[in-house]
Design a protein around this ligand. Structure first.
Ligand code: ADP
Ligand code: MG
Length: 350
């Protein structure tokens, strides 16, 4: 087990009658950025606070770097947390804010100042040490919060919705900076967000949580291309979920969608009622019907510059489609024919 890895073995957390975490088993590899993603109230912050030692587990075992820290208090865990509110001291200079945690640990003043300067340089704020937090932009303040966490040389960096106080435009910029700092320093980081795009953009691995447990864990690509449930298919990227009936047909899968049937080129564990995952960008539209096509009426068409979005009314329900802007444009009321490449499609349980 290497430095900074995090392991939960059947960890639960209850607040009186509230079950904040059902038995949770997870493994976060050293040097990676792992995101806890899920809707509000699913247990993300609780999981982070358990790693930090700010909450104690009701049951189970927590290991950091292979060491059992289940009963170790927060002070002795080598982890630092970045909060969404930054929590900077407004009357202290940026350098003093960054050095604060070191002074608490009784690191000599001179050494603390040198380390604070180095941490500010790592987050691209060299020369900003003498300013007050109020003299920095929101994005810069968030970088100070990151500097204040990494100056303590934690084994694990914990970030709880670190971008939620930034406006949409800055968010993309700051998340890239956080990711680059984490990679440059080889830090193990656990990042919490409810925003799936943000999770996809920064993570080596994503643990999707729902109702106090793990719904699915994997790389961003695993989750998008091989969703294990309708919840994941819908939560990770847009998806049209169409009701189908499936049957095994040798090494292929026979899919019945209304009166249409076609084969997927792989076997399935599913049988009977299921959902077909059709991503908006996987939809093909043509004017003429073909053997496998589904007739549709264009209910809404929107030109967005980089794409055209369509809402299509079909006998199998509404289908949302995103097509390249260069293609043949269709207008509201047009009859079109929806097709797809069976290679692209996935099935999930109904
Ligand atoms: P998330 O960060 O995913 O939004 P949390 O981990 O904060 O979710 O909360 C998970 C569940 O635990 C929620 O139902 C929440 O209301 C409950 N919870 C969290 N902290 C406490 C607490 N201190 N006392 C009681 N219930 C809590
Ligand atoms: Mg939270």
């Amino acid at each position: 087990m290497t430095k900074g890895s995090v392991r939960f073995e059947s960890v639960t957390k209850r607040y009186g009658p509230v079950v904040a975490l059902k038995p949770l088993t997870l493994e976060i590899e050293s040097g990676t950025l792992c995101t806890l993603l899920g809707p509000s109230g699913c247990g993300k912050t609780t999981t982070l606070r358990l790693i930090a030692g700010l909450e104690s587990a009701s049951e189970g075992k927590i290991l950091i770097g292979g060491e059992d820290v289940t009963h170790l208090s927060a002070t002795y865990r080598r982890v630092s947390m970045v909060f969404q509110s930054y929590a900077l001291f407004p009357h202290m200079t940026v350098a003093d804010n960054v050095a604060y945690g070191l002074s608490v640990k009784r690191v000599p003043k001179g050494e603390a100042a040198t380390r604070a300067d180095a941490a500010l340089e790592m987050v691209g704020l060299k020369g900003f040490g003498k300013r007050l937090p109020s003299e920095l932009s929101g994005g810069q303040q968030q970088r100070v919060a990151v500097a204040r966490a990494i100056v303590l040389e934690p084994e694990v960096l914990l970030l709880d919705e670190p971008l939620s106080n930034l406006d949409a435009k800055l968010r993309r910029h700051v998340r890239e900076e956080i990711r680059q700092i984490q990679q440059r320093l080889g830090l193990t980081a656990v990042y919490v967000t409810h925003d799936q795009e943000e999770a996809m953009a920064v993570s080596d691995r994503i643990i999707v949580m729902n109702n106090a447990e793990i719904a699915q864990a994997g790389t961003p690509r695993d989750l998008y291309e091989r969703p294990a449930s309708a919840f994941i298919a819908d939560f990770i990227g847009d998806a049209n979920l169409l009701d189908v009936d499936v049957a095994q047909a040798g090494s292929e899968t026979k899919v019945q969608l209304r009166e249409h049937s076609f084969n997927l080129p792989r076997p399935t564990d599913l049988k009977g009622a299921a959902k077909l995952v059709l991503r908006p960008h996987q939809v093909r539209l043509s004017q003429a019907p073909s053997a496998m096509s589904l007739p549709a009426e264009v209910a809404y068409a929107a030109y967005l510059g980089n794409c055209i979005q369509y809402t299509l009314a079909t006998a199998a329900g509404e289908i949302f489609a995103i097509l390249p802007p260069s293609g043949q444009p269709f207008a509201k009321g047009d009859t079109v024919h929806v097709t797809w490449d069976p290679e692209d499609l996935r099935l999930v349980a109904a």
